[in-house]
Write a protein that binds this ligand. Structure first.
Ligand SMILES: *[C@@H]1O[C@H](CO)[C@@H](O)[C@H](O)[C@H]1NC(C)=O
Ligand SMILES: *[C@@H]1O[C@H](CO)[C@@H](O)[C@H](O)[C@H]1NC(C)=O
Length: 420
């Protein structure tokens, strides 16, 4: 059933079931209140119909009780006063043609609405977008609801003005992006043009799929991101963010496709996210504070990293980070802190708790801090990371590499830093 939900959220097979329970779903028959139900299954190209039936019967009672709970729990949406701005009403076709202008017009109206409008990208179709910026401030608290697929223009020439961004949300407050939809960066062309993939090519910028810039009281929930051109999701100079139940997928060999990048952002909770990419699952840099990542599955990918952005850029401190309950599988590293010798970057108060799984490299824990400003207040609690190479049947003892770090172990910690 989950796959059915994934591949066809408007499934007619589900409808009678949903209508019976979710009778109050008025504005969109294909979506809304079961946003949390999908346990984010792996993608598959298998036969979805069969899977559908199998899962449907297996999980139906659980599903229905979850649905009920969710409906009871969820505050009723302010439908009476919400206006819906459906991109289809603005001429979006989702038929392979570019839909950027329709999205811009729908945004203009939604953002000027004073009634907590809903910007709706309806389900089933694939909407193609060139680089686009959704700017605030808006006149009320908007919900940006994505039920269908948004796919990036594959033409590199469309990014001439700004090669570093595809979708930007900026200067928004009290803003929500949610839905069961997919944001697809269509990144293959960019990967093939990456100097990491083809060493004869010059190194050039590639776009981050979705950037939130200077947003406050932001919630991003339930969406699926795939095949970003570069990073999938970046929170930049934001304050008070919740990123929940996200599913991020790109091939393990895609270059620089970080899952979630946090920079200059304070008070951010990243919860229940499944991240499979070619670079860091989560990277936290440049003055980010009060970051909490909980319930993360990561791999393939480079693990969860703090503090590294690239030599030569001066960075502010990163502090108060909690990584709680993470599972790694075949990540090239597990957890990592890196600061650059030349920069006085302080990384302090980082707690890793309940971290398990395997790392594809021998070094599963790596703290590489500078001598002048050591990393401080690092706590490792209940860590169990093993080494398991790509072709190994069994996992073996992993290693920790630790330089200039002040840390404490609590509970069972493996691997441990030696000779501090
Ligand atoms: C953000 O909004 C404020 C008004 O609230 C405005 O003065 C400012 O120019 C905006 N900044 C950007 C980057 O759009
Ligand atoms: C690498 O890029 C060069 C220059 O565009 C191209 O001729 C070559 O075919 C590329 N190699 C691969 C393996 O794609």
């Amino acid at each position: 059933m989950c796959r059915q939900l994934l591949n066809s959220p408007c499934s007619h097979l589900l409808l009678p079931f949903l209508i019976a329970i979710a009778i109050s779903e008025i504005f969109s028959a294909c979506s809304a209140s079961y946003a949390d139900v999908d346990p984010l299954p792996p993608i598959s190209s298998g036969d979805h119909k069969e899977d559908h039936h199998q899962h449907y019967y297996e999980y139906s009672s659980e599903f229905s009780s979850m649905l009920k709970t969710r409906l009871e729990k969820a505050a009723p949406p302010p439908l009476a006063s919400s206006e819906i701005f459906n991109v289809d009403d603005y001429g979006a076709t989702g038929d392979g043609e570019d839909d950027t202008d329709a999205f811009k017009e729908a945004w203009r109206d939604a953002c000027s609405s004073t009634n907590n409008g809903i910007f709706l990208v309806p389900c089933e179709r694939i909407y193609h977008l060139k680089p686009i910026t959704f700017s605030g401030p808006c006149n009320s608290h908007l919900v940006f609801k994505i039920e269908g697929t948004i796919k990036a223009s594959p033409h590199i020439s469309d990014y001439e003005k700004d090669r570093r961004h595809w979708i930007i949300f900026q200067n928004l407050s009290g803003f929500t992006v949610e839905g069961k939809g997919i944001i697809n960066g269509n990144g293959r062309k960019w990967w093939l043009n990456s100097c990491k993939v083809n060493k004869t090519l010059p190194c050039k910028d590639a776009p981050t799929a979705v950037t939130f810039y200077q947003c406050t009281n932001l919630r991003v929930e339930g969406l699926r991101f795939r095949n970003a051109q570069k990073m999938h999701l970046s929170f930049q100079k934001c304050n008070n963010v919740k990123a929940l139940n996200l599913w991020i997928y790109a091939p393990g060999n895609s270059p620089n496709t970080d899952g979630i990048h946090v920079t200059g952002t304070q008070f951010i909770a990243i919860k229940n996210c499944h991240i499979m990419t070619g670079d860091d699952c989560i990277s936290i840099v440049s003055g980010s504070k009060n970051v909490r990542a909980k319930g993360i599955t990561c791999g393939p990918g480079h693990g969860i990293s703090i503090g590294s952005l690239g030599a030569g850029k001066s960075e502010a401190e990163v502090s108060n980070v909690v990584v709680d309950t993470a599972r790694f599988s075949g990540t090239s590293n597990g957890v990592r802190i890196k600061t650059w010798q030349a920069e006085a970057v302080q990384v302090s108060n980082v707690m890793y708790q309940n971290i398990r799984g395997t790392s594809a490299s021998q070094v599963a824990v790596k703290f590489d801090c500078s001598k002048s400003v050591p990393c401080q207040g690092i706590l490792l609690q209940d860590i169990n990371l093993a080494h398991k190479g790509k072709n190994d049947d069994k996992s073996t003892q992993a290693e920790a590499a630790c330089k200039n770090v002040k840390l404490k172990n609590r509970g069972r910690v493996s691997p441990q830093c030696a000779g501090r």
